[in-house]
Design a protein around this ligand. Structure first.
Ligand SMILES: [Zn+2]
Length: 243
């Protein structure tokens, strides 16, 4: 059992890889999340060149306040959690808030079931790969590997994404400055997740595994790459797709 967990009589589903604790109201979501995790675990470990990984706990709240309270209690006094946060990884656990109202929509349900896959990527990256977290790189990797943006593999959709979400931004931010503190990733004129997705997609497409792992493991190198990677990615795709 998890200390201080604000879920009475939780629904639990587990095997040797994952244990999901959820409110009874989220039983279906817990099952779907559990399936997603088990389905994607090997693919993610293969990417990180790992054979195995410890068992991971997943916690799902149907109440935003309890989610925030629990996460902030884990983080300790003076801790910060951005307003937009719905999934986090703290103390090696994936913790999320799931709004029962919005998951009535089947597409939203499927997307939310992948939140834990995203957090699992962060957990593995933190425990096995980097020493110091470089946020743009960690988020970029998770958004590329979590399966939520599969549609962007289609050329037309990707061009639409580039035009609407990237090329329309008047002043691009420094991606090394993107963080989850203050206003964080979601700004008025851009969504940081779009920028880091594109940057890391470019790295995955153009760097061999050796070079990529050098960047993933070395935070100084990652920060250096971060100075130009977004512009490099934009130029690369503009050229490649003739836009
Ligand atoms: Zn993330």
């Amino acid at each position: 059992m998890i200390e201080g967990l604000m879920i009475e009589n939780p629904y639990i589903i587990e095997n040797e890889n994952f244990c999901v604790f959820a409110t009874q109201s989220l039983k279906e979501m817990a099952n779907a999340s559990f399936d997603e995790l088990n389905l994607n675990k090997k693919r993610i470990l293969d990417f990180f060149q790992l054979k195995k990984f410890r068992k991971v706990s997943i916690i799902q709240f149907d109440n935003r306040e309890n989610f925030r309270k629990f996460v902030l209690s884990l983080r300790g006094p003076g801790a910060h959690l951005p307003e937009y946060a719905q999934g986090v990884f703290d103390k090696g656990m994936s913790i999320s808030f799931i709004d029962l109202k919005i998951i009535k929509d089947e597409n939203v349900f499927i997307e939310k079931a992948k939140i834990n896959v995203h957090e699992f990527i962060h957990i593995v990256n933190r425990e096995k790969i980097y020493k110091e977290r470089v946020v743009w790189l960690d988020e970029g990797l998770a958004t590329n590997l979590d399966g939520k943006r599969e549609l962007l593999k289609e050329k037309d959709k990707f061009i639409e994404f580039l035009n609407n979400k990237i090329l329309s931004i008047k002043v691009l931010p420094e991606i090394n400055d993107l963080s989850h503190k203050g206003q964080g990733f979601k700004q008025e004129f851009y969504d940081g997740y779009d920028l880091v997705y594109l940057s890391v997609r470019y790295l995955l497409e153009t760097k061999n595994k050796n070079k990529l792992f050098k960047i993933l493991k070395d935070n100084n190198l990652a920060i250096k790459v971060g100075k130009t990677v977004l512009k490099d990615a934009i130029n690369y795709y503009k050229d490649k797709l003739s836009i």
